[in-house]
Design a protein around this ligand. Structure first.
Ligand SMILES: Cc1ncc(COP(=O)(O)O)c(C=O)c1O
Length: 538
């Protein structure tokens, strides 16, 4: 039947899962002739999008996001073909900008001037921006667990915000009832043609970009990984790859990896249990509210069938795994993303470690939203340093080279066999021990306070000392001063200071010339994480 934005069910079977069909030959011919000369926004693929009149397009430069290769992370993992589709770079910083642009353009084409949306945050932000621009009044129904900063962002655009103290699934029901009552159009997510079609543009761009980066015209990845809530993303992306395949532009279809939060993983659990229909999760237990959809409905069998037919998997990650992946991505490759997006990266690490993804396979991970602002529970204030200008100048003069433990060990290598760890914090001691164990064959001695540390040094005569500064009984500064008065062979043992605090100018003077290097706790997190990931990979 001909497409109309207002048509919600099939006129023949009454079903509400509608799919758009196009004359792919027309698109293929047009793209071959002129695609390269079109601007790099999602509207460059307009032949395969459900907006007929270009005057109705509501655009703010959405789509056209970079495909970034994993640099440091790729090296660390020994995997050179990991790419991130950087959806943070949309007008409201999430991949939902694609959906909002196409859906609100379709509203405009259908003459719709008031609409309702339910959301876990990003959809509401994005629709609000596009509705403001298109002159559409928007009602956004949000779960009360959506971070306050996101709610304020929605309100900023003039949207009517309705906070529902319940699950996201219940919020959707309330929004639908409200829309019916008021006679308004409600955004239907994956059951809306516009939303699904918009997501195809991720695949079109990825295939074009991979083609350019890897040689050739178009290229599909071997894997496409995305964190899902309702699952709109992969449903639309899959349709995009299918159309490219039917057009003869790509020679393969990717395997899909669907990632959910352990505390709300109806698809993953049902997939593992071999169920044809999803068993819903009625009480989601995840702090990552963005992805807390407990009832995936028809999306689950749809994605399951694709995976059973074409390969791929469904995997869950814990909130903590997602938060750690978020830190790794920011620290290793300079990419800060929101926890929902980091879930996809945590999923990537898991699939690599389980050898489900092979080292030579080309992987694209959708990093779908930006960390603005970093939620408080993810980063405590201790990571910030406040200094006055005089102190700031002093801080620029290092008391000793600042480097990772690996670097320091490599520099001293060959000369070091026996290492003493003088550290009172068990976690820090364990981490130092683990890094040493992972790095080489060291004989390790440990003491958990300064006094015992001094005895241990005198007794064991190590080749290297890893020394904490803040310790009970005898602190690291004093221990160092005593050590420097000892006989020559002890006096000259290299000392790497491990500190949790930013040193004051006076403290720096106390260490001046006395230590081999300074290791900032928290910054050797990289080493910890590297070990962790490499360890996980076996
Ligand atoms: C950043 C981010 N990632 C992932 C998702 C999951 O989206 P979906 O399941 O609709 O594809 C969302 C949904 O809002 C999101 O905002």
């Amino acid at each position: 039947m001909p497409y109309a934005a207002s048509q919600l069910t099939c006129t023949q079977c009454g079903h509400d899962w509608l799919d758009a069909d196009y004359d792919l030959n027309v698109a293929a011919t047009a793209w071959q002739a002129e695609l390269k000369s079109r601007p790099f926004t999602l509207w460059r693929y307009w032949e395969l999008l459900p907006v007929k009149n270009s005057d109705n397009i509501v655009s703010m430069g959405e789509g056209g996001t970079p495909l970034l290769r994993a640099e440091n992370l790729g090296l660390m993992l020994g995997h050179r073909h990991i790419y991130f589709k950087d959806e943070r770079q949309g007008p409201t910083s999430s991949f939902k900008d694609r959906q909002a642009s196409v859906a609100v353009s379709a509203f405009k084409e259908a003459g719709i001037t008031e609409a309702v949306v339910s959301s876990t945050g990003n959809v509401a932000i994005s629709y609000s921006a596009y509705c403001a621009r298109a002159g559409v009044k928007l009602w956004a129904f949000l779960t009360s667990t959506v971070p306050a900063d996101k709610m304020r962002e929605v309100a900023l655009y003039g949207t009517e915000v309705v906070k529902v103290t319940s699950t996201y699934d219940r919020t959707k029901t309330v929004a639908n009832q409200f829309a019916t009552h008021k006679g308004l159009v409600v955004d239907r997510g994956v059951r809306s043609i516009a939303a699904k079609e918009s997501m195809k543009t991720v695949s079109f761009e990825v295939a074009e970009q991979l083609g350019q980066m890897m040689g050739g015209e178009w290229r599909a990845p071997d894997w496409y990984i995305q964190a899902v809530s309702g699952g709109l993303g992969p449903v639309g992306v899959w349709k995009g790859f299918q159309e490219l395949h039917q057009m003869g532009l790509i020679d393969r279809l990717p395997k899909l990896a669907i990632i959910q939060a352990t505390g709300c993983a109806p698809m993953v659990n049902s997939f593992r249990a071999g169920l044809a229909e999803a068993e819903n999760v009625s009480d989601p237990q995840t702090r990552i509210t963005t992805v807390a959809t407990g009832s995936p409905g028809a999306v689950y069998p749809f994605l399951r069938n694709i995976i059973l037919e074409h390969g791929g998997t469904m995997e869950s990650v814990s909130d903590d795994e997602a938060f750690r992946a978020m830190h790794v991505m920011a620290k290793m490759d300079g990419i800060s993303m929101e926890p929902a997006a980091a879930m996809a990266c945590a999923g990537l690490f898991k699939l690599l470690s389980q050898r489900i993804i092979q080292p030579d396979e080309v992987v694209v991970v959708n990093i779908s939203g930006h960390t603005f602002p970093v939620e408080k529970h993810l980063l405590d204030e201790q990571r910030m340093h406040s200094v006055g200008t005089a102190e700031a100048v002093a801080l620029t003069r290092p008391a000793a080279p600042r480097e990772g433990l690996m670097t320091a060990l490599n520099r001293l290598d060959g000369r070091v066999n026996r290492v003493a760890i003088i550290e009172d914090e068990p976690d820090a001691a364990r981490l130092l021990r683990r890094i040493l164990q992972a790095h080489g064959q060291y004989q390790i001695f440990e003491a958990n306070n300064g006094l015992e540390g001094l005895e241990l040094i005198r007794r064991e005569r190590p080749d290297l000392i890893l020394l904490d500064l803040m310790m009970p009984e005898l602190d690291g500064f004093t221990l160092l001063e005593i050590l420097k008065k000892e006989e020559e062979d002890l006096r000259n043992v290299p000392v790497i200071v491990v500190t949790a605090k930013e040193l004051s100018p006076a403290e720096k003077r106390r260490l001046d010339g006395q230590v081999e290097s300074l290791l900032q706790k928290g910054s050797f997190m990289e080493d910890e994480l590297m070990d962790d990931i490499l360890g996980a990979l076996g």
